[in-house]
Ligand binder design. Sequence first.
Ligand code: HOZ
Length: 432
Amino acid sequence: MNIENSIKLYQRALELIPGGVNSPVRAFKSVGGNPRFIKKGFGSKIYDVDGNEYIDFIGGWGPHIFGHKPDFIIKAIEEALENGTSFGAPTEAEVRIAELICELVPSIEMVRLVNSGTEATMSAIRLARGFTQKDKIIKFEGCYHGHSDSFLIKAGSGALTFGVPTSPGVTKGTATDTLTAKFNDINSVKDLITKNKGQIAAIIIEPVAGNMGVIAGEPDFLRALRDICNEEGIVLIFDEVMTGFRLAKGGAQELYGIKPDLTTLGKIIGGGMPVGAFGGRKEIMLMLAPSGPVYQAGTLSGNPIAVSAGLASLEYIKNNLQVYNDLEIKSNNFVLKIKEKLHQIGKNLALNRVGSMLCLFFCKGKVRCFEDALNSDTQKFSTFFNYLLNKGIYLPPSQYEAIFISTAHTEDELNYTVEKMEEAFKIIFKKE
Ligand code: HOZ
C-alpha cells in the first residue's frame, strides 16, 4: 500500500503539532506505523491522501452511526450555513434540539448544550458538586470521561493506550477528590462510600464502557448503583457520550431501564460536528447559571451549524427507530461470524458486543472490568490491526477503543472483514 503522502504529512505535522496529531490515539503509537491522513469519507468508507480506500470501523470515534456524509445531515448543514456561522445568541434550533433530546431520553428534563463530551462531563460534575454541596466523586477504573483533570485518574481511552491512565499535571487536591471503584463490583463502591460517608457528590459511569475496550455494565450492578445513590443522596451520572443514541434512542439507560440523575452526551448528538450536552432532573439543572449559581458557559455552545447537524441526526433517529434493530442484527451476525472463524482455528478470544459497539480482546475468559481488559495481548492486537489496515480495513488504532458498526456497512464489507480477520488470526496464532 502506498502511503507516501501520509508519511510526508506526518513528518511536517511532527514539527508543529505535539506527536503530529491533535488527539493522541490517532498517532498509531501503540500499534506502530504511520498514521493515515484522511482526505474524505463516504458511507462506510474513508479515503486517505494517497487515494487508499478503507472500510471504516471508527466512524469518527462514534458519531457516524449512519456512515459518512449522510444526505440529510449535509443538507441541514448547508441550509444552516446560508444564515451565518455563529451568533453568540440563542437560536430556534437550540430549542428544537432540546425538545428532541428531552423527548428521546426521558430522564432528561432540562439540557445544556456544550461543545464536546469532555465539556459535558466536566460541567456535569461541577453541577453535581454544586447541587449536593459535596466535593468527592466516584469514577470507575478504565472508564474515560474526557480529559478534564478530575477524570484523568485511572482513565481509559488514549490515557490507557499510552500507559498514563493517571496524567501528570493533575493536582494532588483534584486527585484526592476523585475516588476510583472497580467496574461491575458493587462492593468496591460500597467500601468507598463507607470510608467517605457524606462526602460523595456524584458517581459517574459509562453504563457500557467504551474506553477500555467495550465492557457492558451488568444490570444488577447498575441497578445497585442507582439504589445506593438514592439512599445516600448521591447524584448518579451516566456518561452516554458514546452510548447515547448509539445503543437505543434513549441510550444505554433505555436498554437497562435505569434513570440516572444526569446524563452526558456527545458524538451522535452532533452528527459529526462538535456538540456535547448534559441534562437531567430539573431541580438539579436549575442550579446552573443563569438560573442558579453553578457557572458554566461557552462562546460556541449551541453553535447553529453544529446544532443543525445534531438536529438532523436526532430527527432521523426519531423517524427511523428500526435502525437500532437493524444494527443489532447486523452487528450480532458479524460477531457470530468472527466467533465461528475463531472456533474453526481452535481459539476462543473475548469478544464483547453491545448493539453496534464491539471489541475483541486478545485474551481468554470473560472481560468484565479494567483488570481483565489489561490481560489482552496488545502485541497481538497490533499485528491484527496492521494486517487489516493493509487490507483496507480501518479499526481503531488501540486495543482499548470501540469498533463501531454503522447503518452504511454492507454485508459484503462485513464478510470481507471477517475473511481478513481470519487470515490475521492464522498469522497471529501460527506459533501457538
Ligand atoms: N478518545 C477518543 C476516543 N474514545 C479519541 C478521539 C480522537 O482521537 O479523535
